[in-house]
Design a protein around this ligand. Sequence first.
Ligand code: UD1
Ligand code: CA
Length: 451
Amino acid sequence: MKSAIILAAGKGTRMNSDIPKVMHKVCDQEMLSHIVNNCKKANVQRVVTVVGYGKDLIMDTMKDKCEYAHQDVQLGTGHAVMMADTLSKEQGYTLVINGDCPCIQTETFEELLKACEGIEMVVLTAIVKDARTYGRVVRNADNSIEKIVEYKDCNEQEKLINEINTGIYCFNNQVLFDNLQCIQSNNAQNEFYITDLVEILNKKNLKVGALIAKCSEEVAGVNDCYELSLANEWLQMKINKKHMLEGVTIIDPKATYIGSEVTFGKDVTIYPNSHFKGNVHIGDNSVILPNSFLINSTIGANTTIDSSRITDSKVGDEVSVGPNAHLRMNTVVENKNRIGNFVELKNCKMGYNSRCAHLTYLGDCEIGANVNIGCGVVTVNYDGKNKFKTIVMDGAFIGSNVNMIAPLTVGKNAVVAAGSTITKSVADGDMAIARDRQTNLEGYGSKYKNK
Ligand code: UD1
Ligand code: CA
């Protein structure tokens, strides 16, 4: 049995934020989500998050992705672990993880679990250039780990140590819960430190090991918004590099923001300042031009997205979107469409090979195949209380500057003349004109100007 306890009850005072620290996002996910996901990938069966400050927000966000233990007053990391006693009867190994270590990877959890086999505790440590306020790892003459000393409790000699405690550990679960009550709070912060277990277990001749992390950035803690940016940079570069090694052309990796769930086909090119969040897939040979923002959307193959925002939508193959288009709320654009500049599609289905090239709002509608939507067309779908549907069937032609007051249907191969405001359905093959006839008054133009 593998379990994990994630410590997330603290406020994160140094973040200077009302949001609990572990809810701050790194790439497109909360710090805590990264840790929980990576625990699951390491086959950890039970993940218990210790919550306190801001627990409603944490639990609303994480839902049933993990279990919860409550620490109403924050008396230290050791006390936080005590609160997770729902695990006290489990056999096997338990990871204890500071909730502010968002970059820690699945493989490192696996290595830590392996290193704990046959011993009681393993501390994940790191060798760093600047040990800042991390807890220092003090080793015995034989190089075994003697104790961890918190920065505030360090003497001058200990402050010089450059091996630090990452705040990530693995325990034999029974040994962990048998010894938690031995932790005392007689230290500079009057807190119960989980780190004291190193000395406690050593004194009982129980085996404590240390695993040195391969990369100190991966295990760095986040205590303020600057460190948050460092974690973000590291994880983003790792994600971007993986995609580049798989064949995605990223023109400027430092200015490309890709979430951890995003996938790409072959030969995709991404221009700078594009953002991909949540569940996004970009198909083969597609090009994402600068300043695009894609959330939970699928883009087909051979498609170009130019400076556009696409959320919760699906775009097919050989489509051109933008510049400056906005597709949202279950919009589905079939293959070979052209969605041009300043077009907003909301809950709109565009059939095969249609076009809507300029300055248009189409909301709550079904547009067939081979339809032309002229410039400045508006579906008037909302009467202030309810939303109504517009249907435009295959081959129809909607002229420029047309208002279609829903609900209505424009039939197959029907035409709506430019400038019309139509309120009634148009049958297959008919033409609707709904505008005043033009009157030209001879000479009145010059007269008016000379007045
Ligand atoms: C801790 C370690 C330190 C290590 C560093 C690595 C202790 C005593 N010190 O220090 O050795 O170098 O992490 O980043 O463990 N938390 C609770 N309840 C509490 C206190 C803390 O849930 O009562 C949570 C916090 O929300 C946070 C995590 O535990 O996610 C770590 O707490 P923090 O105060 O950041 O510990 P550090 O001072 O960084
Ligand atoms: Ca910390």
